[in-house]
Ligand binder design. Sequence first.
Ligand code: KE4
Length: 427
Amino acid sequence: MIRVQSDRLFAEALKYIPGGVNSPVRAFRAVGGNPFFVNRARGAKVWDVDGNELIDYVCTWGPAILGHAHPKIIAAVKTAAEFGTSFGIPNPLEVTMAKRICELVPSVEKIRMTSSGTEACMSAIRLARGFTKRDKIIKFDGCYHGHVDSLLVKAGSGALTFGQPDSAGVPAAFTSHTIVAPYNDVEAVKAIFAANKNEIAGIIVEPVPGNAGLYLPKPGYLEFLRELTAAHGALLIFDEVMTGFRLAKGGAQERFNIRPDLSTFGKVIGGGLPVGAFGGRADIMDYLAPLGPVYQAGTLSGNPIAMAAGIANLEELLASDAYEKLETLGLQLEAGLTDAAKTANVPMRFNRCGSMFCGYFTGEPVHNVADAMKSDREKFNKFFHGMLDAGVYLAPSQFEAGFISTAHSPADIDQTVAAAAKVLRTL
Ligand code: KE4
């Protein structure tokens, strides 16, 4: 595929932006080659600056659940922009968004907006520590909660992709209160609580981890975390930045029927604009300034344009048969790719939850990051580029999840499966 303009732009970008990108995972360092540049997206498609059309399964890492440039979101942004881009003063759309989220997610009695998922997770951790007056936090290896200093410990996503799950520049003191456990492991978490009596402020977990590829909670695992944290006076924090409003209208917590104490959100509620949020029990949330002693703030938090985009995304999602459609498309993709891999005699495990998925090149099941690390990354990288040349854009790392939008059609899925059938035979 010709990418002359992309290569020219990348050379230019490298002069001014570290690695030529504003977020590491975009750099193709894991899969090799140069990233392409996009200046136009609509529905399930993106077009690079050389005019190549691609079926997009990254969907800007989740926000584009209705597809790109949805007319209702574009119209909402245009209307809001006419009245000003930011006030730094409370605006009515913040109330609409907060009320909507509290209606959709029963565990969320109050919510605070931020401008990224990282900010939401950082703030939720601070709030959990302030509320419980405890310092220690448990996270799971391979889970990613944004680039928060104290959570860049055995982190997933780009940190895992580049083999730096523990980032440089984070003093040991900043992560000394972070304890890492293997996901889907019961005994390890029990042992941590036993060894740290009354010291654990909370557990932060991706209910369906999507930052080491994608794997699911084993039956009963989330219930176990809910019971264990409650028994020890620790908080259960669901990081639903990726799963929120995607796996169900009430997120993974609705799908798995768990009531966490706090949840973090992002992506879908921004409709493609910079938005994060954290919310939960009112008695905990009221510990936040200006009511309580836990400070948290943001110049653009609740920004009217971002709120308008997020509200339009949510309203359209809820007004349509989106979740049934996403499930049907997910099933079609899973069946097609699984069958194509079997026919090509290529060992591949296809994990999926609703419209989030990951194909690992391994014959073994993948239940945690240790299993994920056993997959054949060479095969993944060849598959990635073969699919890209065939006009299908998958996440440029084995340790990322793929996303389907309501704008994807059964024909797009058929085209993707047909391309995969060809590429898999070359592996
Ligand atoms: P942001 O700060 O990137 O908005 O959100 C951080 C975050 C928090 N929690 C979860 C579960 C997340 O998946 C993320 C961000 N996701 C990555 C994709 N794996 C964003 C892509 C990127 O870093 O460029």
